[in-house]
Write a protein that binds this ligand. Structure first.
Ligand code: 5GP
Length: 205
């Protein structure tokens, strides 16, 4: 299969601002699809099936694991999350770039299967700010926030092997940086040569 699209993976601890940044990128950048993960987590109030996630029960998810249908999957807190080969390959083959929101473990698996993926890590300005944001968000219990903070420290340690790091201190600046990373990747010579050949057939017969 000829893969013409590119995978952009965005990771970062819960509360770092990933969802807001991803939403802004999707509004600004064309030809960009969002990879929709499968999860056993219950939908939150503003979430719908097939849009934010493919919500499913544990039994169905486990059957997909046994059939090797996931590029990557992970247990996050008490739920399972995963990305299927079929949905990714179908989207990439159609030529669109895909934006993915996955954790460090998942990002490692993506890099293994799709070598030329672009990995971007979103950092909060500090652990203190992260904790404050999680509390202000008001969607998680104190117990979940404690778990998220413990996990955040482990996740932050992984930022070193990503391709790009964005510190989300000022949201507008963070969005601009993520935007710049994605646009510059699209200008890479090997991504542009198809269009260049079409424009200059005399130069590149
Ligand atoms: P949430 O429940 O807040 O939507 O997501 C919890 C965590 O699961 C986030 O850190 C998110 O990045 C991660 N996650 C979401 N989808 C996937 C996926 O398909 N694979 C993996 N490995 N992690 C995911």
């Amino acid at each position: 299969m000829t893969m013409t699209g590119r995978l952009f993976v965005i990771s970062g601890p819960s509360g770092a601002g990933k969802s807001t940044i991803i939403k802004a990128l999707r509004e600004r950048i064309g030809n960009l699809a969002y990879s929709i993960s499968h999860t056993t987590r219950k939908p939150r109030q503003d979430e719908s099936d097939g849009v934010h996630y493919h919500f499913m029960d544990k039994e169905t998810f486990e059957k997909m694991i046994v059939r090797d249908e996931f590029v990557e999957w992970a247990r996050v807190y008490d739920d399972l999350y995963g990305t299927s080969f079929s949905s990714l390959d179908r989207q990439l083959a159609s030529g669109v770039d895909i934006l993915m929101d996955i954790d460090g473990q998942g990002a490692g698996n993506i890099r293994e299967h799709y070598e030329d993926s672009v990995l971007i890590f979103i950092l909060p300005p500090s652990l203190e700010v992260l904790e404050r944001r999680l509390k202000e968000r008001g969607t998680d219990s104190a117990d979940i926030i404690r778990k998220r903070m413990a996990k955040a420290q482990k996740e932050i340690a992984q930022c070193t092997w990503y391709d790009y790091i964005i510190v989300n201190e000022d949201l507008a600046a963070a969005i601009n940086e993520a935007h710049a990373v994605m646009l510059s990747d699209r200008c890479r010579v090997f991504r542009r040569m198809g269009a260049v050949r079409r424009r200059f057939p005399d130069v590149f017969p």
